[in-house]
Ligand binder design. Structure first.
Ligand code: BES
Ligand code: MN
Ligand code: ZN
Length: 477
């Protein structure tokens, strides 16, 4: 997407303006409303446009096209981001769009508007025989404030990072074995200052990554750990982010029913968010030391696969009885969290499509947030809010430990009861972070969705990228 400063929209380019409740023009909309007044009301009546969030109405006269987009009465940055996305979808064939939405008086309006247009412009066409040949959108910012260039460049880094995460999630599982993802990430990071490291089987053995090796046993395509490091001089803080990267989750020998397997190429969405966010953080030059870990493995049944009843030793020496091979995310995270904790960062955040139970509890739009303290919860909640991603704090009840007590090992990887199984998972994760402040986002719901909405496409969403970037930004000040 190209962003341009304009005094007035170019001829023939549709202009997007905001409307509040009861069809009251938002800032920057008065003149345009006046210009099309004689036809606007009829169009508004025809499509039931009132100015509510999610609504839009396209009014075309002989001289111009105006896209009215609803903001409601209490708009914030996320409302603008969503409105920009809705507007883009309303004129999705246009190669250029002009807007005054950034004039609405909220903090961060300009970047939210640019992000909304850019994120809505995403399309996944890599596997189409006849992809639509579309020029990237030109966005005209009418009456642009000073400093547009810098804001647009930062927004572009975020839009590109989210698009990369979406692409990785949408990629068919045969084409994204652990080492394929490591390769693609290495290429994507090659023009940044990130240091990329890949631990293959031999190294995983030497480093005692028993969880990752165990999960990878059923696949002919080996697991690997991908590490991305963003180093800065005199960092303001240190942050570790860890992503679950199961490139396909069949359940392993505890095989899933086929309908539950259909979307399991998305089980690496946590890793995809980490990869996208690390590239954005490097491009933005955020003055925080950030290390990203992607724990990549393919969970398949096979002659070499781990069995229910096997016992694994994770990197920190703790043993896990594998009761259910479909509870594999926590096994790879056990190793990656242990490793992350060794460098004692100020905060560890992990992102994982960890449990169906969390998706049942919170649906497709909200991620569950767990932690080992109030400070990590507050940090991640406020970063998510600033980013416009929805998370909700969940309990970490110590007395639920009995759910994963094992007769023969330090713990078991799954509970015999369905009830509280999201908590059983997070109580296990907590065993691997030591005393380091830690938060966990279960993104099973919002990482891959069945329905498109405003700037969010159907399929891979890139959820988490923006929260991670905001978290790093917040830790830098
Ligand atoms: N990857 C799944 C969780 C999942 C389910 C993500 C649906 C997105 C949508 C995870 O590995 C899994 O299989 N979890 C099991 C855990 C159970 C075996 C204890 C689950 O949630 O059923
Ligand atoms: Mn599973
Ligand atoms: Zn999984």
């Amino acid at each position: 997407m190209e962003v341009r400063a304009k005094k007035s929209p170019s001829a023939g380019v549709p202009i997007v303006v905001g409307m509040m409740g009861e069809r009251r023009p938002a800032a920057g909309a008065d003149e345009l409303l006046e210009a099309v007044e004689d036809v606007a009301d009829a169009v508004f009546d025809g499509v039931g446009f009132e100015g509510k969030p999610g609504q839009s109405a396209v009014v075309t006269t002989s001289s111009r096209t105006v896209v009215f987009v609803g903001l409601g009465d209490e708009v914030d940055a996320e409302g603008l981001r969503a409105a920009a996305g809705t507007a883009r979808k309303a004129v999705d064939k246009a190669e250029a769009v002009a807007t005054t939405l950034h004039e609405v008086d909220v903090d961060g309006a300009l970047s939210a508007v640019i992000e909304g247009f850019g994120l809505a412009d995403y399309r996944y066409q890599s596997y189409l025989s006849d992809p639509e040949d579309r020029a990237p959108l030109t966005l005209e910012i009418v009456g642009a404030p000073k400093g547009l260039k810098a804001v647009a460049a930062d927004s572009a880094s975020i839009i590109d990072a989210v698009a990369l995460a979406r692409d990785l999630v949408n990629t068919p599982p045969r084409d994204k074995a652990p080492l394929d993802l490591a390769q693609r990430t290495t290429e994507a990071a090659s023009n940044t200052s990130l240091k990329v490291e890949v631990w293959k089987t031999e190294r995983l053995r030497k480093e005692k990554m028993g969880g990752m090796l165990g999960v990878g046993l059923g696949s002919q395509r080996p697991p690997c750990l991908l590490t991305l490091t963003h180093s800065v001089r005199k960092p303001k803080a240190t942050l570790a982010i860890v992503g679950k990267g199961i490139t396909f989750d069949s359940g392993g020998l505890s095989i899933k029913p086929s309908n539950m397997m259909e979307t399991m190429k998305a089980d690496m969405a946590g890793a995809a968010a980490v990869i996208g966010a690390m590239i954005a953080i490097a491009k933005l030059g955020i003055p925080v030391q950030v290390t990203g870990y992607a724990a990549l493995a393919e969970n398949l049944p096979g002659g070499g696969a781990q069995r229910p009843g096997d016992v694994l030793t994770a990197r920190n020496g703790k043993t896990i009885e594998v009761i259910n091979t479909d509870a594999e995310g926590r096994l790879v995270l056990a190793d990656a969290l242990s490793l992350a904790a060794e460098s004692e960062p100020d905060l560890i955040l992990d992102l994982a499509t960890l449990t169906g139970a969390c998706k049942v509890a919170l649906g497709e739009k909200i991620a569950g947030l767990w932690s080992n303290g109030k400070a990590p919860t507050d940090m991640v909640s406020s970063a998510a809010t600033a980013a416009g991603e929805r998370v909700w704090p969940m309990p970490q009840p110590a007395d639920y430990w009995s759910l994963i007590e094992s007769d023969i090992a330090d713990m078991r990887n799954s509970s015999s009861s369905r009830y509280g199984s999201a908590m059983a998972a997070t109580l296990l994760l907590e065993q691997f972070v030591g005393d380091v402040p830690w938060a966990h986002l279960d993104i099973a719901g919002p990482a891959f969705v069945s329905k498109a909405e405003h700037y969010i496409p159907k399929g891979g969403t890139g959820f988490g990228v923006r929260t991670i970037v905001e978290l790093a930004r917040a830790m830098s000040s």
